[in-house]
Design a protein around this ligand. Structure first.
Ligand SMILES: *Cc1c(COP(=O)(O)O)cnc(C)c1O
Length: 402
């Protein structure tokens, strides 16, 4: 664990382009020729390592990105997909069928929640949603049909931290597959090193980092990745959420700066969280001592990448939250937009946006209050200057005293 550095692992991979280019060539083909009919047959049967068949299965460009992301997470293999949901749903459908049961954190990405709550039951797959921070509650929710334990390292939007080592012990005891969505904390946390069986990312967020595409990845054992891509029974191969080669080449280039960006996101978010907490705002950031999971999170992270760029502030009411977001946008402090991991700060009120799939009673029960603003803190050069400008907006709206 101590010697594991995800950014160094990415750096140590070396690829050249077809003509000695410093970037790998982009494979611009949907299908591939074979010199012999026998090789084509063997490839179909899954017996020909290194041969390409058809780009819904894999393409050279996608395999480069797969390799880099597997190296980052310390898994044997990976499979990129056209979106984060395009990684999550095939992974869960590969693991579960009719009659199977999932125990999931209740504070997960709204799309994943909607899939498990509304869609998966149509296929006979049911889910118990639990408070993932209470290991006894998690274990009590497991039934004889449970196949999967599902959580996010740091959850959206309340930034609850899952004790991955503790959950992995429970998963092993009950023979479950522990699936962790690590979208909020790339590099900072290495879930597979803490005992997760499968690690998923929405590449749309920090990993690509430029808000110009959606993308996803499943990082797991070679056996599981091959099962996802199996031509006869693989959920990724058969449902078809394939990433385009042009796009994977582009994501790969952005991945090169992920370590620099994560350090700056973390630095800026820590700075603002400390200042606004001191100013008396209810501030949720896992880097603060006041965060209920601070102690455990500190033991989980690769410290040089920090506590991440996500933070929430509670400004009291939805009306104040909306007014503040509009004012901050007009001062060019960021954008009123969902998603995260952009160079610019993004903010939204989760109750009315990304978590609106979660029924109101459940939102209240989990502490998702009306005045909550979720921030994805950007790469601002001078964060003290940003703080002063944000504070001026809050003073203008009587959220803070001057
Ligand atoms: C955005 C997000 C997803 C879904 O990813 P898409 O790329 O939008 O499909 C899944 N999990 C988390 C934690 C996310 O933030």
């Amino acid at each position: 664990m101590k010697n594991f550095n995800p950014a160094d692992n990415i750096q140590d991979l070396q690829y050249f382009g077809e003509f000695g280019g410093v970037n790998p060539s982009i494979s611009d083909s949907s299908t591939y020729t074979f010199l012999s009919a026998k090789t084509m047959f063997d490839t179909f049967e899954g017996n020909m390592e290194g041969c390409y068949l058809y780009s819904r299965h894999s393409s050279p460009s996608n395999l480069y990105l797969d390799k880099a992301l597997a190296a980052m997470e310390g898994t044997q293999s990976a499979n990129v997909s056209a979106s984060g949901m395009g990684a999550i749903t095939p992974t869960l459908l590969q693991l579960c069928g009719t009659g199977d049961h999932i125990v999931s954190s209740r504070t997960i990405y709204g799309g994943t929640y909607a899939f498990l709550k509304n869609f998966a039951p149509r296929l006979g797959i049911t889910t118990a949603f639990v408070d993932i921070t209470k290991l006894d509650v998690v274990e009590n929710a497991i039934t004889s049909n449970t196949k999967v334990l599902y959580c996010e390292t740091v959850s959206n939007p309340l930034l609850e931290v899952a004790d991955i080592e503790g959950l992995s012990k429970i998963a092993k005891r009950h023979n479950l597959t522990l699936v962790v969505d690590n979208t909020f904390s790339p590099l900072s946390v290495s879930p597979a090193k803490l005992g997760a069986d499968i690690v998923i990312h929405s590449l749309t967020k920090y990993i690509n980092g430029s808000s110009d595409t959606v993308g996803g990845v499943t990082c797991a054992s070679t056996e599981f990745i091959n099962s996802l891509k199996n031509v006869n029974s693989g959920a990724s191969m058969l449902l078809g959420p394939t990433m385009d080669s042009m796009r994977s080449a582009s994501v790969m280039k952005n991945l090169r700066t992920l370590h620099i960006r994560m350090k700056q996101h973390s630095h800026n978010a820590m700075y603002l969280a400390e200042r606004f907490e001191k100013d008396g705002l209810i501030t949720v950031y896992p880097g603060l001592e006041s965060h209920p999971s601070h102690k455990i999170y500190k033991t989980m992270i690769n410290p040089e990448y920090g506590f991440g760029g996500m933070m929430t502030l509670d400004v009291g009411t939805l009306a104040k939250a909306n007014a503040l977001m509009e004012l901050m946008q007009s001062k060019n402090l960021g954008y009123l937009a969902v998603s995260l991991g952009f160079y610019k700060t993004l903010f939204s009120a989760p109750g009315t946006s990304t978590s609106s799939e979660i029924p109101m009673e459940e939102q209240i029960e989990m502490g998702l209050t009306d005045g909550l603003i979720r921030f994805s803190i950007g790469l601002d050069n001078d964060i003290e200057r940003t703080y002063q400008m944000m504070k001026a907006c809050m003073v203008e709206l009587n959220i803070l005293a001057s």
